[in-house]
Design a protein around this ligand. Structure first.
Ligand code: PLP
Length: 400
């Protein structure tokens, strides 16, 4: 194909995305992240689409922690970890993360996307098998693709199908078998049943890996995550998560596991070996965020109250929701155009939510994913529900 042909192909792809109503625009925010934000062109609006579950993204103690760390260690490390990019603070954060999620040690990455991308290839190879939930995050799917292990997929949260896939892996004489699951399925709002998964894992002597990005900081006692919620912290072999959601919402990811596993990742994981060390500011901020999360019972209580209230009022109003026991509450709408139109009209009414459509969710199952936040008050929830009802009636999503 000619160069001109290539650019025509790109233009056609863009046209197709627009024609299908799947275009993802980006609204511009001109305030700090919070329960309310200033959106360019829309003014101050209630924010129901951030992963800022504990409301820590603009917390002054975290900002001070970040700024103290930068004053001490500078802005950037200009190195990967093993050359000259490891400060005492990096090591301290790694052991604090490990204590928080109850493992031997942890290893930092630039993002959880990288943690998942660099996890599987050093640990598993030809002859091994990964049995993966069908709704697992894109980064797990990409990480598995970079590894030579055979892949088996089970229907999301379906323990019988998980067992069938484990039988299949065994019958193909898989050596090591690793079950991989999200702790929370972020498009649907469900928490994985890790107790059941670990029981089945025991039957097959399989390893268990959990991506807890939407749980760390908010789910389980002191926000220690879904393994703690289900009492299986000792049985889960590998936990990956992010510093970019409840824990202050900046960036950074990690793998937490047994010492030997973390040690091998430090030697072999490509996104760790070949990518820059986290900035000292991110490290200092994350250390304070973990402390606030441990002490965050009142934030988690407000978060849960908000989620319970929103779920109850929206169900009463006739909306079709999914999820359970988590502040992600998706409102199912079907066609992408309706979801996009609904989100636009809600913004006009001062409620900022985002429509999710293909390829983030399957075609024809577009939704508005709402996410509650500990900074919201009960009257914020009521205002949001009232706006949903107004717009929902106008668009015939719910009855009059
Ligand atoms: C957000 C998310 C990631 C990516 O985390 P980043 O740190 O933003 O790269 C990975 N897995 C899951 C389940 C997530 O929700």
């Amino acid at each position: 194909m000619s160069r001109a042909g290539f650019y025509d192909k790109v233009d056609n792809a863009l046209g197709g995305i627009r024609d299908d109503g799947l275009w993802k625009g980006e609204r511009v925010i001109t305030s700090p992240q919070g329960g309310t934000v200033d959106v360019d062109g829309a003014g101050e609006v209630l924010n129901f689409c951030a992963n800022n579950y504990l409301g820590l993204a603009d917390h002054p103690d975290i900002i001070n922690g970040a700024s103290d760390a930068m004053n001490r260690s500078g802005y950037g490390m200009a190195s990967v970890r093993f050359i000259c990019g490891t400060t005492d603070q990096h090591r301290t954060l790694e052991s604090e993360i490990a204590d928080y999620v109850r493992t031997d040690d942890s290893i930092l990455f630039a993002a959880c996307f990288d943690a998942n991308g660099g996890l599987f290839e050093p640990l598993l190879g030809e002859g091994d098998a990964i049995v993966s939930d069908s709704l697992n995050h894109a980064s797990i799917i990409d990480g598995m693709r970079l590894c030579k292990a055979s892949r088996y997929r089970f229907a999301t949260r379906d323990i019988d199908d998980l067992r069938r896939q484990l039988v299949a892996a065994r019958s193909h004489h898989a050596d090591n078998i690793l079950i991989a699951t999200d702790g929370v399925f972020s498009m649907d709002g469900y928490i994985a049943d890790l107790a059941a998964i670990c029981r089945v894992a025991d039957e097959f002597d399989a390893l268990v890996m959990v991506d807890d990005c939407h749980a760390t900081g908010l789910i389980g006692p002191e926000g220690r995550g879904t393994p703690s919620l289900h009492g299986v912290s000792d049985r889960v072999d590998i936990l990956t998560s992010t510093l970019g959601k409840a824990l202050g919402g900046a960036m950074g990811g990690f793998v937490a596991a047994r010492q030997s596993v973390v040690d091998l990742l430090r030697q072999r994981s490509r996104p760790y070996l070949f990518s820059n060390s986290l900035s000292p500011g991110l490290v200092g901020g994350a250390r304070v965020a973990i402390k606030l999360a441990i002490e965050g019972d009142s934030r988690r209580e407000r978060l849960n109250d908000n989620a319970t209230r929103f779920r109850r009022l929206m169900t009463d109003a006739g909306f079709q929701l999914s999820g359970h026991g988590h502040p992600i509450i998706p409102v199912h709408l079907g066609e992408a155009e309706i979801a996009t139109e609904m989100a636009a009209r809600l913004l006009d009414k001062g409620v900022y939510v985002t429509a999710f459509s293909f390829p983030v969710v399957p075609r024809g199952s577009a939704r508005i994913r709402t996410q509650m936040n500990a900074s919201h008050h009960s009257d914020d929830i009521d205002r949001a529900v009232a706006a949903f009802i107004d717009v929902g009636r106008d668009l015939d999503v719910i009855g009059p």
